[in-house]
Design a protein around this ligand. Structure first.
Ligand code: OKP
Ligand code: ZN
Length: 342
């Protein structure tokens, strides 16, 4: 039984892209809404999201990008095409501000991959996913809870200030972290999804106040390839407040546990008073798109280790695609986190 308060809004289910480009062909979209349903089923009750409006979103994301997300599907369909909007031309060289109106061009400008289609309900679901993160945060800020769970979906950690990518549209963890910082908290973000949280890293890369620590699959073998290498440590005033701990495919709890201790040392050293945990259960041994070997019991240990640092924790859901096990894996993590405090 999960005793941690959970937050969720059914409007997050509205996002249901049909397919994604996978291994050179079309495959069923892995980030499906049943992921959220199965996690929700592990809770006796979930709290509805409150509406904090656009302002906290715009404290992280570029206004032009947010407007694009809001209208992209309609603009795509207005050109007479069927199906979901997906980019196919990216401005990799000689980028300059052309102010292109054509939706095809905007998709290239505001995304970095072809894994992130915009469907009819994408804006609605992403908006409420972000509000769910803010709502779960408010339980901590208002002193109602020391651990709180945001059942975010779509996930957020690959989304940057002005781009979507990796099934992510609005960066839920970054939006909550920025909102908490503005209410005076000192923030550490720990990202333990299988994939590097390149969007979150990018948003806080030059920021000395928000620590970003990530344990993930080595990007020389795994998505997102271009970010998450160990030598990425922040820039400008933020040098040292980005910490990347890549691990090889096949990693089990023994090696993972050592990386976790290193990550928690960095969190302690930052003297944060709130931990935002970007949690992906795609480190699970049976995950269909990932290659670590964590087992269900390991999530309880991870939660337990995390609780040992004694900080309030906002858990923000990211990935995890072994849908049948997802509810149990989330439950194991939250039980580990909570037990400690009883
Ligand atoms: C999102 B999250 C294979 C190509 C794209 C994208 C993975 C996004 C993971 N279908 N793969 O970090 O769990
Ligand atoms: Zn992932």
């Amino acid at each position: 039984m999960i005793t941690v308060p959970g937050y969720f809004d059914r409007r997050q289910l509205a996002h249901e892209p049909v397919q994604e480009l996978h291994n050179g062909g079309w495959a069923a979209y892995a980030e499906k809404s049943s992921r959220a349903e199965i996690i929700a089923a592990s809770f006796d009750r979930l709290n509805p999201a409150r509406d904090f409006g656009l302002e906290p979103l715009l404290n992280v994301h570029d206004r032009g990008y947010v407007e694009f997300l809001h209208s992209a599907y309609e603009e795509w369909r207005a050109t007479g095409r069927d199906g979901d909007a997906i980019g196919y031309t990216w401005p990799v060289v000689q980028r300059r501000p052309l102010n292109l109106d054509r939706i095809d061009a905007k998709l290239g400008l505001y995304s970095y991959d072809a894994a992130t289609p915009i469907a009819e309900g994408t804006w609605e679901a992403s908006y409420w996913s972000a509000q769910t993160a803010l709502s779960a945060l408010s339980a901590i800020i208002d002193g109602e809870a020391t651990v709180s769970f945001a059942l975010c979906r779509p996930p957020g950690h690959h989304s940057g200030r002005d781009y979507c990518g990796g099934y992510c549209y609005l960066n839920n963890a970054a939006i909550a972290a920025e909102h908490a910082r503005r209410s005076g908290r000192r923030i550490a973000i720990l990202d333990i999804d299988y994939h590097h949280g390149n969007g979150t890293q990018d948003i806080f890369y030059e920021d000395p106040d928000v620590l970003f620590v990530s344990i993930h699959a080595d990007p020389t073998t795994d998505y997102p390839f271009f970010w998450g290498h160990a030598d990425e440590r922040g820039a400008g005033a933020g040098i040292g407040t980005t910490v990347n701990l890549p691990l090889p495919r096949g990693t089990d709890m023994t090696a993972y546990g050592s990386a976790l201790e290193e990550a928690l040392d960095a969190v302690r050293a930052h003297q944060a008073d709130l931990l935002v945990l970007s949690f992906g259960a795609d480190t699970f041994e049976d995950d269909p798109i990932s290659y670590f070997r964590l087992r269900q019991d390991d999530y309880r240990l991870i939660g337990d280790r995390m609780a040992s640092i004694g900080l309030p924790v906002l858990v923000v859901m990211e990935g995890g695609y072994a849908v049948d096990d997802l509810g149990h894996n989330v439950e194991a993590l939250l039980c580990g986190l909570d037990d400690h405090r009883a």
